[in-house]
Design a protein around this ligand. Sequence first.
Ligand SMILES: [Zn+2]
Length: 265
Amino acid sequence: MNFYETLTAAVNDIIEYGFDSKKRIDYWLEKIKKAAEKELIPQHQVQAELEKSLNNAYSRLVTKGGLINKEISRFTIDRLKPKLRAELDRRIMASANLIKYNREDAINNTLRRFEGWATSIPKGGNKTTNKVKQKQDIRKSLGKMPFEQRRVIIDQTHKLISNINNIVAVDNGAIAARWHSHWRQMNYDYRKDHKERDEHIYLIRGNWASEKGLIKAVDGYTDDITMPGEEVYCRCNYVYIYDIGSLPENFLTIKGKKALSQVKK
Ligand SMILES: [Zn+2]
């Protein structure tokens, strides 16, 4: 029996007999666990896919010059290469454990959900409710596990991109960063507090313009909050700001305004 068939048999059995003994529940938990382990993508395969995805992102940004723009030169990227390479290696090293935990979580969540549901069905089974609908609901919530397995790849790749961008921007003298949330995107399960951060500008602590007393924090600092991509499945990103003229006026101190008007003359 594959995972789906096992699940169907388990759901049917519980709906028929209900929670009449711990033995019945344990029997199915064991069966579902075995079927899930067999059904999941093998760990080494997820690992290979993840490494490929991380290497591709690194190569696109660093090797092929994806980071280079009017603020960031090839020279800067070349100088930062060892640091960026270390970031990639660090993430690849961490991924084996991450995949292992992710896999255990996926199985445990499925078992927990099944147990929670099964123990709520009275002895003698559930005669009153719509059995067909109930079967569908429980199978649906349990059956999405294989899909979630690949989210770790997307998530880790986004984290790598976010960190590489941050290392380069800070080294290159960025003074602030504007948060960008994809909350307008259809079907995107955004975090409410990240939606609130959208378009807000956070200063980078210790940046040169603050040190010179030219700017002040309005929304706080980047180290007051999580990084884009730091929280699980977050797809937000930063747009980095390098000069005080690109900040809204309320970020400038009197000294900053003076300095800016002199530049403009
Ligand atoms: Zn986010």
